[in-house]
Structure formats: structure tokens, C-alpha cells
Design a protein around this ligand. Structure first.
Ligand code: FE2
Ligand code: FE2
Length: 286
């Protein structure tokens, strides 16, 4: 199996919003800004903002939209995600599934009555298995943004990373609305390609019996320029604004449940298996 280093996700490192939300994170943010990671973060976004074009996104949507690459269960996919680390990296000793269970357990504690939301926590990053298919980091992780319209200022490094993206020179795509109509709704927007959109497609293809909120959270959880930055509201429908609080609520657990006590996946598995059996059982198409 191909082993890829996904321990580093720029979307989880560069978080301007953390400054105001969490004192501890503010310090971390400053350290990252000054430290060697910042260059790596910048370079990942430079690649992403250069190569995530309308054409690229359409191609990836087509390539993965049919979900005809693999067949496996949710739990098998989750286990697979554990292999998506660089084993030669001495700092990497916590499998990715810990983040899945931490997010899920955080949500479970705060929303004991919403089992669908617990499952969302567990599965939200499974789309990162794209890296096992050989997709580069900039096409798997990081913040997402709409293509085919003008980049808004809350996209990270928006003013220094898009200069070689051909879309910014294309008059079809470089206006405020680009190819979209005012308030057309995010469901009609082409988002930069990554693990959010891939997992959303897997959910739809396999008809997960989850509420609309679940689909929505998974699809847009990395769209920080919107849910945290407050941009792109001119493309949103009423429905999007209704869903926004759910994305924000989820985001709290995605970000702030890291680094606390490590959960014991073995102990938790039976509960989450019961949720999988309820909402997305059996062999799925990926
Ligand atoms: Fe994610
Ligand atoms: Fe996550």
C-alpha cells in the first residue's frame, strides 16, 4: 500500500480565526507564522491556488463522481486512513482515526441525542483516502474555495498565491459572480477539489440515510473563507444560511477536540459500528 504523509494539513495549521476564538491557539498561530512550518503551509497553498482551476475541478468531479474505484465498508475506509501517514516521520505516532473518534466523541458529549451528528464526526475526513490514490496534498487537504469566480479576501494567501492560476486571467471567471448567479446556492458552486467534496459524493452515491445537515457539514467543513471568514455570502441561498450554524457547530469539535485525552477506538467501535449499520451499512462504492 502506498503510504503518504497526511499528518500535515495546512487547513489545520493556518487558522487566522483562532486568534479571536482561543487564547492558546493564538500563541500556536504566532509560532507557526514564525516557524519553518509556515513556508510549507504557504507552498502547499501556492500549489493549490495555482492548480485548482475550473478545468481541474471538473475533471476530478468526473473522475471520482462515479464512485467506481473501490468497494469497502466505512470502518475499512477509516482503518485505511490510519495508513495515510509517513512511517519514517518520528513525530507521527497517532493514527488519523484518533481525530475521527475525538471529533465524534466531542460531538456526542455535547449533542447526546443526535447520533447522526456523532457519525458525521467519525467520517468527516475519510475522503482523505484520496491521497492513497496518488492525489497530491493540494488536491486532498486544506481550505476549499469556489472556483469560476473571483477569489475573496478571506481565502488564505489570496493576494500572493493565485498569480499563476489561469482562471484569474479569464474574464469568464474573474468577476465577483463569475459563472454563477446571485444567491444561486452553494450546491451549484464548483468548489476546489478535496476530501470534502469526495466524501460528499460517496455519501450521495451510496445513499447514506443521514439528514441533509450531515451531507452539508461534510461537504463544506473546509470552506473556511465562508463559514469562518464570512465571504461568498453573495452566492448563498436561504438554505445555505440555514445550514451555516451546523457547519460552525461541527467546526468547534473538528478543531478543538485535538490533543486532549486519546480515545480508545477499540472500546468505542461497537457504538460507532451500530451507527454505521443504521445509516450507511455494508460494502460501499468509493
Ligand atoms: Fe477535513
Ligand atoms: Fe477533521
Amino acid at each position: 500500500m502506498k503510504v503518504v504523509n497526511l499528518e500535515f494539513d495546512p487547513s489545520e495549521i493556518y487558522r487566522p480565526g483562532l486568534e479571536v476564538e482561543n487564547g492558546k491557539a493564538k500563541e500556536e498561530y504566532r509560532n507557526f507564522k514564525e516557524g519553518p512550518l509556515m513556508e510549507r503551509v504557504y507552498n502547499t497553498y501556492l500549489l493549490m491556488h495555482t492548480h485548482q482551476t475550473t478545468e481541474f475541478v471538473r475533471k476530478k468531479n468526473e473522475e471520482y463522481g462515479g464512485c467506481n474505484h473501490h468497494r469497502m465498508t466505512i470502518m475499512e475506509a477509516l482503518d485505511l486512513l490510519d495508513n495515510v501517514v509517513d512511517e519514517s516521520d518520528p513525530d507521527v505516532d497517532v493514527p488519523n482515526s484518533y481525530h475521527a473518534y475525538q471529533t465524534a466523541e466531542g460531538i456526542r458529549k455535547a449533542h447526546p441525542d443526535k447520533d447522526w451528528f456523532h457519525l458525521v464526526g467519525l467520517i468527516h475526513d475519510i475522503g482523505k483516502i484520496l491521497a492513497l490514490a496518488g492525489e497530491p496534498q493540494w488536491a486532498v487537504v486544506g481550505d476549499t474555495f469556489p472556483v469560476s469566480c473571483k477569489v475573496q479576501p478571506s481565502v488564505v494567501f489570496w493576494d500572493s498565491t493565485f498569480h499563476n492560476n489561469p482562471d484569474v486571467k479569464n474574464p469568464l471567471y474573474n468577476t465577483k459572480y463569475g459563472i454563477y448567479r446571485p444567491n444561486c446556492g452553494l450546491e451549484h458552486i464548483l468548489m476546489s477539489w478535496g476530501h470534502d467534496e469526495y466524501m460528499y459524493k460517496v455519501m450521495r452515491h451510496n445513499k447514506f440515510a443521514l439528514p441533509q445537515e450531515a451531507y452539508y457539514v461534510i461537504r463544506f467543513h473546509s470552506f473556511y473563507p465562508w463559514h469562518t471568514g464570512g465571504d461568498y455570502m453573495h452566492l448563498c441561498s436561504e438554505e445555505d444560511l440555514k445550514m451555516l450554524p451546523w457547519v460552525k457547530e461541527f467546526n468547534k469539535f473538528d478543531l478543538y477536540t485535538k490533543g486532549e485525552d486519546l480515545p480508545d477506538p477499540k472500546e468505542l467501535k461497537p457504538y460507532y459500528q451500530s451507527l454505521v449499520d443504521k445509516y450507511c451499512p455494508g460494502q460501499l462504492c468509493w
